[in-house]
Design a protein around this ligand. Structure first.
Ligand SMILES: CC(C)(COP(=O)(O)OP(=O)(O)OC[C@H]1O[C@@H](n2cnc3c(N)ncnc32)[C@H](O)[C@@H]1OP(=O)(O)O)[C@@H](O)C(=O)NCCC(=O)NCCS
Length: 169
């Protein structure tokens, strides 16, 4: 899709970002939290975005369509310790209407390029083992499976395993 803009999140996006997160969190159960559990608040979100902007090794990119946030990808630095400062955690989600159009691939490219610029060595993620679309996306960019966690999720009376995946840069 040509009319999609990818850019870094701004503090002024807080309200739109909360709207996006609330919808995306309830459209699938592939994410860790639903909107109720997230309990999002525009003021709190603005603080989070501000702190991410201060932290060089964390970033959020948003995909925008007609002035609306329809997707996002993020890198979250794993703590203050020098001993883990070579790696960060990747997350990505898109509104369902926009799946299968290559937008997630563009959001992932932005993350990988950003990780190279800040000299990160490893990008990590956890994905539900039956999330085929996400796993195909990650493998396409060279992520490898490092392990499987049994019964990682418990959703509506059913257990799901998860893969730990990583990209070495
Ligand atoms: C996972 C997700 C981000 C993928 O987004 P997407 O826009 O469909 O991805 P893209 O269109 O960029 O496709 C990327 C790759 O995914 C795979 N893919 C896309 N649509 C697919 C489909 N319908 N079936 C199987 N694989 C598919 C393909 O390998 C594709 O590569 P290609 O374009 O070279 O064929 C999206 O489905 C989503 O937001 N899901 C809900 C949240 C989520 O699960 N996040 C990940 C949590 S770990």
């Amino acid at each position: 899709m040509d009319n999609i803009t990818i850019r870094e999140i701004k503090i002024s996006d807080s309200e739109d970002f909360v709207i996006f997160l609330n919808i995306v969190s309830d459209e699938t159960d592939f994410l860790l939290l639903n909107s109720k559990e997230r309990n999002l608040d525009v003021g709190k979100e603005a603080k989070i975005i501000r702190s991410i902007k201060r932290e060089r090794k964390s970033v959020i990119f948003v995909a925008e369509f007609e002035d609306r946030i329809i997707g996002s990808s993020g890198l979250h630095f794993n703590g203050k310790s020098n001993r883990v400062s070579h790696r960060a955690t990747f997350s990505i989600s898109l509104l369902k209407d926009f799946w299968g159009k290559g937008i997630a691939s563009r959001l992932t490219e932005y993350i990988i390029n950003y990780a190279k610029v800040i000299d990160l060595e490893k990008i990590e993620l956890t994905v539900r083992a039956d999330n085929e679309k996400a796993i195909k996306l990650y493998k396409k960019f060279g992520f490898e499976t490092e392990g499987e966690i049994k019964h990682y999720f418990y959703i509506n009376g059913k257990y799901y395993n998860a893969y730990i995946m990583a990209l070495f840069i």
